[in-house]
Ligand binder design. Sequence first.
Ligand SMILES: C[S@@+](CC[C@H](N)C(=O)[O-])C[C@H]1O[C@@H](n2cnc3c(N)ncnc32)[C@H](O)[C@@H]1O
Length: 297
Amino acid sequence: MKISRLLNEATMMLKQAQIEDPAFEAGLILSWAVNKPRAFIYAHPEMELDPPEIRRFMELVERRSRGEPFQYITGECEFMSLRFKVNPGVLVPRSDTELLAEAALFSLGCDQPFIDPSLYRVSNQGIRRVLDIGTGSGCLAVSVARYAPYVTVDALDISEEALETARQNAELNSVSGAIRFIRADFLNDSGFTGCKYDLIISNPPYIPRDDKTGLMPAVEKYEPSQALFADDGGLIFYKRLARLSPEILAENGVILVECGFNQSAGVRDIFQGHGMETMSLKDLSGTERVIAARMRV
Ligand SMILES: C[S@@+](CC[C@H](N)C(=O)[O-])C[C@H]1O[C@@H](n2cnc3c(N)ncnc32)[C@H](O)[C@@H]1O
């Protein structure tokens, strides 16, 4: 069967399954299945594929049509222009979360042209200690270790499977030496590192466990629920972090957290209630997505 016909059939299947941009995804999947760049595929519509290649492609299209994220099918994704391995034990890093990564780099003194220049910066003396709570694939910890000079990062997660993936991603991006991996339950354990941090970053689970309105069914079906849902209207991690900050945040330290589209006021209130000043950063769609907090001086 010719490439053009395969692409048409796959596009129809993906469209019926209500996958956004079905023609683009059909090209991506075919490129993955035959291990050739997308440009090659579009440049050779008349090329015939052999039956094993066709079978492999159609199997992948079926998986995608059932809603499985493309990144779980291929086992990898890109974040902050770096390659990351992913699997169903970790959340697929979202492009929205790049705002948090860029904010962290700005706070650590790196140039970030799209970040509000009034965002709080940490002290620029010596090695800066960073804590990433709920590291998952390690996308934030690895990006910070890769792009910011003079940092050591503690990457914490409750899931051993996630930590193993994060370790592999640190190796893949040549930053294993800068990251310590810690298995701990942030909500219940205490004294998990015994350090104070200049920068604490977190994209915690924040979807309210009792209100899943607007959540795409495929997300709930395929991604780890431990990475998605949180108690207390989705705010429990922010409350715990605010309570723990006198213990784990260094003097002049900064906290940066991602939150859900309608949570920014609630998250700011939590940190302000613990004597902190806060500000928010908007994502590309204008939603307040990252909250910054530091002790009032
Ligand atoms: C929303 S995911 C974020 C993953 C990654 N940092 C990212 O931005 O793509 C939240 C992570 O928090 C972890 N997590 C959930 N409950 C936790 C807890 N009580 N203590 C520590 N980590 C927890 C999950 O395993 C998951 O990896």
